[in-house]
Design a binder for this molecule. Structure first.
Ligand SMILES: [Zn+2]
Ligand SMILES: [Zn+2]
Length: 73
């Protein structure tokens, strides 16, 4: 059976599709039926990590972030 690429669902974060899933396999956690884009199960832990990092940064005073970057460079 030939799959029409237009109707393939795609993860907006890692770019995996119905025919090319993530390494280890994944399933759709959330999918938009009209755009055929969504989030796969492999990306949920990554998203949580990103969100937690963002939240941490939002609660860090700006001067501390600048200092932090200065040390790395
Ligand atoms: Zn994904
Ligand atoms: Zn995936």
């Amino acid at each position: 059976m030939k799959i029409n690429p237009k109707h393939e669902r795609r993860c907006v974060y890692c770019g995996c599709t119905d025919s090319k899933a993530c390494v280890g396999g994944c399933s759709w956690v959330q999918i938009h039926e009209h755009t055929h884009t969504g989030v796969c199960s492999q990306c949920i832990p990554r998203l949580v990590t990103t969100l937690m990092d963002l939240t941490k940064r939002l609660h860090t005073p700006l001067h501390e972030l600048i200092q932090d970057n200065a040390y790395r460079n």
